[in-house]
Design a protein around this ligand. Structure first.
Ligand SMILES: [Zn+2]
Length: 263
């Protein structure tokens, strides 16, 4: 039988933003729309997976993000030690998803190959696209690959019973989302396939995009992968903290995505 996993979202940073910043073409209503930053974990079947590693305090300062806690250290709150974590899934290589990779000395990193090609390729000469990456993160991943610590995929892959990766592109050239089996059915961790519920629900792509068409297709693929919209978890929406029950003793810090949301 396929194991079921507990899924945690840990909120490690946030930023103030306005609605027009989150949609291609802007937004007629210039209201506040803050953004949260998360790392996720899936624990079950005798294994644990960390999904994305978040950014460091130094990068938070430089990019003027409100850093709440070290994403790697925060894993200890749910019983995982970054020093011994074996598997890290990187949904993509943007700074807010890979920045603390060096705090996982034993991990193998699971990444889509097109993302590495993109981050090392010709488009990085354009600040519009390069802005989302930290060159030191990319160099770090290249070096880890030479040490045999990066496992590449091209498309869909089941990396453990009940944990599968899905290449979704759009926002970044090799973005992937993660589908995890839970007691309430498969939950799709969308990461930046949809930053907010609203991107997906309104079919309005997020402002940072590599391929708008594939981003729009991504919203449809999310819906196809999940048994219901309540099984899709956006990558940056503060609503996630409101809709899901807090992890035991971690009110305002971490929520359980394997449990039923309120909406
Ligand atoms: Zn992101």
């Amino acid at each position: 039988m396929t194991p079921t996993y507990e899924i945690y979202a840990i909120r490690y940073a946030w930023r103030d933003a306005r609605r027009h910043e989150h949609f291609i073409g802007g937004d007629p209503h210039d209201a506040p729309m803050p953004m949260d930053y998360f790392v996720w974990t899936a624990i079950g079947g005798g294994r644990s997976f960390v999904i994305d590693t978040g950014f460091t305090e130094e990068v938070a300062k430089r990019r003027k993000r409100n850093w709440l806690r070290c994403p790697a250290e925060s894993l200890k709150l749910i019983g995982l030690d970054p020093e011994t974590v074996k598997d890290v899934i990187l949904t993509h290589l943007h700074y807010d998803h890979v920045g603390s990779f060096h705090k996982f000395p034993k991990a193998e990193f699971h990444l889509q190959e097109p993302e590495m090609h993109y981050a090392c390729g010709r488009f990085m000469r354009f600040p519009k696209l390069a802005h989302s990456f930290e060159p030191d993160d990319i160099a770090g991943m290249v070096k880890l690959n030479f040490k045999g610590r990066v496992r590449f995929y091209n498309g869909q892959a089941e990396i453990a019973p009940g944990v599968s990766l899905h290449l979704m592109r759009g926002h970044s050239a090799g973005l992937q989302c993660v589908k995890v089996n839970t007691a309430r059915g498969p939950v799709v961790l969308a990461s930046d396939v949809t930053h907010f519920y609203e991107n997906m629900e309104a079919g309005r792509p997020f402002s940072t995009a590599f391929h708008v068409g594939e981003m729009l297709e991504g919203f449809e693929t999310l819906a196809a992968l999940a048994p219901s919209p309540r099984h899709i978890v956006p990558g940056h929406d503060p609503e996630v903290m409101r809709r899901y029950p807090a992890a035991a003793g971690l009110e305002g810090i971490a929520v359980r995505l394997d449990l039923e949301p309120s909406a």
